[in-house]
Ligand binder design. Structure first.
Ligand SMILES: [Fe+2]
Length: 198
């Protein structure tokens, strides 16, 4: 039973593959991100920059479009799991807001394993990804281990996704995730967000 629950949690990580609207949005957001001053190595970021501000508090046409696309994806997500019997779905916060921030990693950049303690549902939209390769460099990994918690089982289930620019990933905020360092001399730029109960 426990194993089934673990797999349910991982299954709840969903990938929304690139669409033409998402591709256009990611290009516009890339331009927006260049205007932002991002602190070096804040929070879980190594070899990279992470914004502290909520981009949704300073909306413009691009950010409004982003919120619309994210909320559409959240609607699809919720519909998909609406019949699941767990409190994550049954207690879904009807009153909510989005909080979002930019991330920019450079060579060797990554995010260490973490959760988003303030969110209910979290997500990432990919604005710039590293070139695809045989390895998992630059991929996002979802799993059940993070921070410095003791490891009781080396066979934790996990899901690895290699994103493309324009993809959106949604997952429970309580699900650990990290990114795998990349060694190429390139950039990986994303906007991460939380759906927060209000
Ligand atoms: Fe995160």
């Amino acid at each position: 039973m426990l194993f089934a629950k673990i797999h349910l949690i991982l299954f709840l990580a969903q990938i929304f593959l690139i669409t033409s609207a998402q591709l256009k949005m990611s290009s516009n957001l890339l331009t927006e991100s260049e205007k932002s001053q991002l602190p070096w190595e804040s929070r879980t970021t190594k070899f990279g920059f992470q914004g502290l501000n909520n981009v949704f508090e300073n909306p413009n046409e691009t950010i409004d479009d982003l919120e619309s696309i994210i909320r559409q994806a959240i609607g699809v997500y919720l519909n998909k799991f609406i019949n699941e019997s767990n409190t994550f779905i049954s207690d879904w916060p009807r009153d909510n807001k989005l909080s979002g921030w930019y991330n920019r990693c450079i060579k060797n950049g990554h995010h260490t394993s973490h959760i988003h303690s303030r969110g209910w549902l979290s997500g990432v939209m990919y604005l710039k990804t590293i070139a695809p390769s045989e390895s998992n460099e630059g991929a996002i990994e979802f799993g059940l281990h993070g921070y410095d918690l003791p490891i009781s089982n080396n066979d934790y289930p996990k899901i690895i996704n290699k994103p493309r620019a324009g993809d959106i990933v949604l997952f429970p905020s309580s699900l650990f995730h990290r990114t795998i360092p990349f060694t190429s001399d390139s950039e990986r730029i994303t906007i991460a967000f939380d759906l927060v109960k209000t």
